[in-house]
Write a protein that binds this ligand. Structure first.
Ligand code: MG
Length: 119
């Protein structure tokens, strides 16, 4: 069983993703910002993939990417953002494994997760 970490400041997004990915058979952990996510990753080395929002208080997704890549180069991190143009504008996006634009239909996001996990 694969473990995902969902990082998003919006509670309804965390709840939606958690429910949908649990239904797919994943173990799901959640964090509401980048700082909290770094702490959870430290405590849970079993995490296989991170789904990352960009706009968040405390520590945003760009800063999280820069920090985590200083000690973990390999963990797959998929950006999930409402702002598709972010990826062209922010070089930290290159530290991620790809991105998916937020929609209510999670089928593309689920497919990207599977692909990155080699499933
Ligand atoms: Mg956000």
């Amino acid at each position: 069983m694969k473990t995902l970490l969902i990082v998003d400041d919006e509670k309804h997004i965390r709840m939606l993703y958690e429910e949908e990915f649990k239904d797919e058979g994943y173990t799901v952990l959640t964090a509401s910002n980048g700082l909290e996510a770094l702490g959870i990753i430290e405590q849970h080395p079993e995490i296989d993939l991170v789904i990352l929002d960009i706009k968040m208080p405390e520590m945003d997704g760009s800063e999280f990417l820069r920090r985590i890549r200083q000690f973990n180069k390999d963990l797959p991190i998929l950006i999930s953002t409402a702002y598709g143009d972010y990826v062209q504008q922010d070089f930290s996006a290159w530290l991620s494994s790809g991105y998916s634009v937020k929609t209510s239909d999670l089928s593309e996001l689920k497919a990207r997760v599977k692909e990155l996990l080699g499933q």
